[in-house]
Design a protein around this ligand. Structure first.
Ligand SMILES: Cc1ncc(COP(=O)(O)O)c(C=O)c1O
Length: 433
């Protein structure tokens, strides 16, 4: 992991000997002949024509992500949201159906319930820990199971091998958003995922500077096993005069080739080369950051558990969590830095808590080296219905914390100062407590 984080995808064959992958800041690529560009458009050769659909810097990031996830290919796109949108568009035709965990990022819930619904794709939300619910939600039209390996914001861990076994028995593809875990802690492909999606904005870039997304083909999805279910991949595509599923015969991802040719080109959700470079630099220290962040986060979560005014702490290390066994079995390196706490006293207590924090920054991001805090009910999950919020564990008093790389004692002191401020608000209004 640490060697691949630094070397995969880049052999330093730059004409100037650049040690770090250079930023190729160009819109288009010169070809030595008319025939060369023509062959590229006909998919008879490989290379670059125009940076909307591919760039040499971005290609290094794609190769590195493929290596880190142990997959057969990756495409880098403009954001995590673009990655999820493009992955689902490539898999889900109008009239199809997706079964999704109800414990997912609010933006993904909105994508399923609004934009994809407009496009004729139906979705059913299920409790990720209820295996019978996954099975019961399957329809003849179901093409995708969608879940997060570590859920945002309550850090619930999925029993991916069990969920994937149900999906694969019905020729359903398993898409896993592994943003919170990152490949340093968990490789979904090793546990049954077919497609892995990342918001590289978070731990991969790691420093709060960049918006980026990745789709990785883990190598287990093969539409040729059930050609009529994946007709858009297994029959000749009129626009591109090719059958994308044939790419699997060469060990390449036909799904990602289709996604790049069609959706990256049509949606134009291109990752700038400078952003790809920022993610590559971030990945170089990913493993070290995740190890330290996971350890400090577990300590802080346990410290907050049982404190006055903290109704509950949502972290796999808290006694009684149903995913404790999954943590032990599948997450030996830890479960990253995002978790949530439920404060007594509702939003007034949350407001006092957040405003009293001095080290934590109030911001709707996670996975930064800086510790961050937000109130999901009024921000990231505010467009959801109250029932949807409750299903994903977002209550009025829920606070999401994303632990960074500051000193653990300093963070602990900051959290205690904030809890005391929330306590003062409750004392002033005993009805709220
Ligand atoms: C788990 C998860 N997936 C996807 C996204 C969307 O990623 P981006 O903000 O890079 O578009 C986020 C954003 O917070 C997220 O937390």
């Amino acid at each position: 992991m640490s060697t691949a984080s630094i070397h995969a995808g880049w052999d330093a064959q730059d004409p100037h000997g650049s040690v770090v992958p250079p930023i190729y800041s160009t819109s288009a690529y010169a070809h030595s002949s008319h025939a060369s560009l023509r062959a590229l458009f006909a998919r008879r050769s490989e290379g670059f024509a125009y940076s909307r659909s591919g760039n040499p810097t971005t290609q290094v990031l794609e190769a590195r992500s493929t290596a880190l996830e142990g997959g057969i290919g990756a495409i880098a796109v403009a954001s995590g949201q673009a990655a999820m949108t493009i992955a689902l568009c490539a898999l889900l035709a109008p009239g199809t159906h997706v079964v999704a965990s109800e414990r997912i990022y609010g933006g993904t819930t909105e994508l399923l319930g609004d934009t994809l619904e407009d496009m004729g794709v139906a979705a059913t939300a299920v409790d990720p820990w209820d295996l019978q619910a996954w099975e019961a939600a399957i329809r003849p039209q179901t093409r995708v199971f969608l879940l997060e390996s570590i859920a945002n914001p309550g850090a619930q861990l999925a029993d991916l091998p069990a969920i994937a076994a149900i999906a694969h028995a019905h020729d359903i593809a398993v898409v896993v958003d592994s943003t919170l875990a990152s490949p340093a802690l968990y490789r979904p492909g090793d546990h049954g995922a077919d497609i892995v999606v990342h918001s590289a904005t978070k731990y991969l870039a790691g420093h709060g500077t960049t918006i980026a997304g990745l789709i990785v083909d883990a190598g287990s999805f093969d539409p040729r096993r059930c050609p009529q279910r994946w007709e858009r991949l297994t029959t000749e595509n009129r626009r591109f005069a090719t059958t994308f599923a044939d790419d699997y015969a060469r060990g390449c991802s036909g799904l990602l080739a289709y996604a790049r040719a069609k959706y990256m080109t049509d949606f134009g959700a291109t990752l700038p080369a400078a952003s790809a470079h920022a993610v590559l630099v971030g990945i170089e220290t990913l493993e070290l950051r995740m190890e330290r962040i996971s350890a400090v986060t577990a300590q802080l979560a346990q410290h907050l558990h049982g404190q006055d005014g903290v109704a509950s702490v949502q972290h796999p290390s808290i006694p009684g969590r149903p995913d404790a066994e999954i943590a032990r079995r599948d997450f030996p390196r830890g479960t990253a830095g995002v978790f949530s706490i439920d404060l007594d006293g509702g939003e007034p207590a949350v407001e006092a808590f957040c405003d009293a924090l001095e080290l934590f920054t109030i911001a709707v991001n996670i996975g930064d080296v800086r510790s961050l805090v937000c109130h999901p009910a009024s921000t990231t999950h505010s467009h959801l219905t109250p029932a949807q919020r409750e299903a994903c564990g977002v209550l009025e008093g829920t606070v999401r914390l994303s632990i960074g790389l500051e000193d653990e004692e300093d963070l602990r002191a900051d959290l205690e100062r904030a809890l005391a401020a929330a306590q003062r608000v409750r004392a002033a209004d005993p009805a709220a407590a």
